[in-house]
Design a protein around this ligand. Structure first.
Ligand code: ATP
Ligand code: MG
Length: 217
């Protein structure tokens, strides 16, 4: 399965979600890799400081949009799960990510500012659908709190897009920041709530993948 993690907005958690999903999948026994499409190469740097005792996750840099599909498909031949860590730019790369993925995950922060970039993203997504009209995509609410009205309002606002919201949400937790710096995922860290929410997200994605028949190479 090829999972594209994308959104035109910077700092919404694309890299955090890519790394944490990769770590969860690896601990569940899947052979997984990350394709880092961002010129800042955060996932490559994260892998550079990752402890060798931890499950190995190959991270490959791919900043040339013309080569993306080929890189992803080549890796997919011997990795059950390829995660594409997206770039925030409104560039050809975003369209390439959309078209190279079996399933798209769109992390979003529950704020109005993000919503505007969402509208731009949605336009790009609709354009890509002219080439492939069956692209399963899901919003993922990051740094989300159920008990904040302004956050739960976001669910209503997002309902106007033709993209469902995953049931799993991610809270704002220091664990994400810390593990990002240490080359780990929260699965490998002492915050059990962070670990539990990430496992829940991973399982929700596996359920979707199974329903869509994406898990055989
Ligand atoms: N749920 C969370 N709780 C706490 N911190 C978070 C959470 N999600 C992301 N962050 C932090 O927010 C910052 C931005 O996250 P991240 O780098 O994953 O975003 P991004 O979408 O990949 O950004 P860019 O577009 O610049 O690549 C990082 O410092 C990360 O540690
Ligand atoms: Mg990033």
């Amino acid at each position: 399965m090829k999972i594209g993690i994308t959104n035109l907005k910077g700092g919404v958690g694309k890299t955090t979600v890519s790394q944490n999903l990769a770590v969860c999948f690896a601990h569940m026994g899947y052979k997984v890799c990350i394709v880092d499409t961002d010129t800042n190469q955060n996932s490559l740097a994260w892998n550079g400081v990752r402890d060798e005792e931890l499950p190995n996750i190959l991270v490959v840099g791919a900043t040339d949009s013309n080569a993306l599909t080929k890189t992803v498909d080549t890796l997919h031949k011997d990795h059950e799960i390829v995660i594409i860590d997206g770039t925030p730019s409104l560039s050809k790369m975003t369209t390439r990510i959309i078209l190279s993925s079996d399933l798209l995950l769109i992390p979003i922060l529950p704020s109005g500012h993000d919503f505007r970039s969402m509208t731009q993203f949605f336009e790009r997504f609709e354009q890509a659908k002219e080439f492939r009209n069956d692209i399963p995509a899901y919003f993922l609410l990051n740094q989300y709190s159920n008990n904040l009205n302004v956050h739960s309002d976001m669910k209503g606002i997002l309902a106007q897009f033709d993209i469902p919201i995953l049931e799993s949400t991610i809270r704002n937790r220091v664990a994400y920041n810390k593990t990002g710096i240490e080359g780990k995922g929260v699965y490998e860290y002492q915050d059990i709530k962070a670990k539990a929410e990430m496992v829940r997200l991973t399982k929700e994605l596996l359920d979707k993948a199974e329903a869509l028949n994406f898990l055989q190479n």
